[in-house]
Design a protein around this ligand. Sequence first.
Ligand SMILES: [Zn+2]
Length: 277
Amino acid sequence: MSKKLFVYAFILSIFISLTHCQSASDQEPKTALSSAKIPEREIPEEIEKPTPTPKKYLYITFDDGPNKGTQNVIKTLKKEQVSVTMFLVGEHIFGSKDQWFDFNEIINDTIFEIANHSYSHANNQFMKYYKDSVLVLNDFNRMNDSLKRKLLIGRTPGRNIWRTPTLNITDIKSSKESADYLSKNQYKLIGWDWEWKSDEKSGLKQTGDKLFNEIDSLFFNNKTRTQDHLVLLTHDQYFKDSISTQELEKFLKRIKTREDIVVRKIRDYPDVRTAVN
Ligand SMILES: [Zn+2]
């Protein structure tokens, strides 16, 4: 082999070798990918999800405050962190320093919603009161003016009356005109489905446990004005003593054990929020 030929052969062999290396390195990733094992996905077994229990909505409302039972009610609700609606009476708010203090405590804690139960509570002369629609409206407006608020969720004193976009119920017919007039003037009136009553001597008629069972049964048997929504009425003044206050605490604790019962304020009652806002 001549020297010249040898040099050509040498250069050619380097060229071939380089080209081979290049194409090999080009192919390498492909080879690496195609040979890599794709991990088998873990296929989850079919999990049987439990059907969620339908929710029941409970609205706990206290009427006629502030008065001598209000402080116990406030303390218990704050302790248990349960939301409620307080249907307040204007004359009671301005009735004493203690009651004014209670009112301020109520408006400064978001667990409480306040609502209009009139300024005078009809001076407890209900038949006379409801004969005069204008007087009734003025009394509700006076409550708002005195507090510089616009409380349009109301409860008629001494009457179980409902006026919402979907409910129109009047317990004593002679009050109908006044209720309609309040309704025409933007008020949404909320009555109640069930009551936690007192007996003659202001002790509670039902224990907290008994009340809880009654509520459970009303939900179960669909005995409420709106299905799955129950408005409970009680009064601050029933909780003046420690025994009744303990019953309130027991009741709230039992409610909290039930995941299917949701406690709400009245503004969240069906059709009330949109109507008021
Ligand atoms: Zn009342």
